[in-house]
Design a protein around this ligand. Structure first.
Ligand code: SIN
Ligand code: FE
Length: 299
């Protein structure tokens, strides 16, 4: 396939910040790059763990039925912890990461300050290799994909994610990142199925989804699956390897930027949702891109 090279500067914007509450001089540039689907990479933005918190870096702390430990700070709801005696320390760590993430948004993406909502953060303790080889292809995040939640339809809302590599042994988080969303959508749209209102109604009725999937949600799940199922695309499609060393952080819209996690262990991740109309340039939102390609509303 020709044109399958992605240049680092096209996919990643590097920012020098060393503090979560640093001032916002780069804000306009960062906002534009992020909305275009680039990753904002902060090589020197670390999250320091206390000596006690370092003892939390142990996969045995995760409930074997779950992939990660997750925390909804506004509901004070912590799930996925196997050892109850470590609950307070984990809660404190995830609350602290949430607070720092909010400071970073204030500093670097103040445009979203009022409109980001539904925060959830996760503590990811398993080595990527643990799930790469054992899960079904659909859940295998070492295949290039864009994020779409099977049980939590977003109805076009954006998925903004902040990540920090907290590996204490010098191991990078290694990703592959893919092509711009409009190019991705044009590549896969012709092969995606149609919308089934009946399926969407049924999944909601029997409680598989939290609300009814819109045509957008069904399309994004189909896109997610079509990407992961396509061996040729995985191997030869446009992509670039990107390394995130310990002590670095990065931000992207994970519903827009194709990504695959190839290697690494121990990471913090903060998710927010954002209505597309709260973007500076809503036309970059996947829902708007898909609607303009299909000439019909999807919500
Ligand atoms: C993903 O969001 O697909 C996984 C990212 C990671 O665990 O590094
Ligand atoms: Fe993902």
């Amino acid at each position: 396939m020709s044109n399958n090279k992605i240049v680092f500067e096209q996919a990643v914007t590097t920012l020098d910040h060393e503090r979560w509450d640093t001032d916002g001089q780069d804000a306009p540039l960062a906002l534009e790059a992020l909305e275009e689907g680039k990753i904002l990479f902060f090589p020197h933005l670390s999250f320091t763990l206390t000596a006690d918190e370092l003892t939390l870096l142990d996969p045995k702390l995760v409930d074997p039925k779950r992939k990660n430990i997750s925390f909804q700070p506004l509901k004070n709801r912590l799930t996925g912890v196997a050892l109850t005696e470590r609950l307070p320390a984990i809660r404190q760590l995830l609350e602290r990461y949430y607070q720092d993430s909010c400071r970073l948004i204030e500093a670097i993406l103040p445009f979203y300050r009022q409109t980001l909502h539904s925060p959830t953060d996760t503590l990811r303790l398993h080595p990527i290799t643990a799930w790469k080889n054992t899960t079904s292809w659909r859940k295998d995040d070492s295949r290039l994909h864009v994020d779409a939640f099977p049980s939590r339809p977003t109805r076009g809302q954006r998925i903004l994610r902040i990540f920090t590599n907290i590996n204490p042994n010098g191991e990078n988080r290694s990703w592959r990142v893919g092509e711009p969303f409009p190019q991705l959508a044009q590549r896969f749209l012709p092969n995606l199925g149609g919308y089934s209102p009946l399926k969407s109604w049924l999944l909601d009725k029997i409680g598989i989804t939290k609300t009814r999937r819109s045509p957008y949600d069904q399309l994004m799940l189909q896109l997610h699956d079509a990407m992961k199922a396509d061996r040729d695309y995985q191997q030869y499609g446009p992509q670039l390897a990107v390394e995130f060393p310990p002590g670095s952080s990065w931000i992207c819209f994970s519903d827009q930027t194709p990504h695959a996690a190839m290697n690494g262990q121990f990471m913090l991740e903060q998710t927010f949702l954002l209505p597309p109309d709260a973007m500076k340039n809503p036309r970059h939102a996947p829902v708007k891109v898909l609607e303009s390609l299909l000439h019909k509303p999807l919500i």
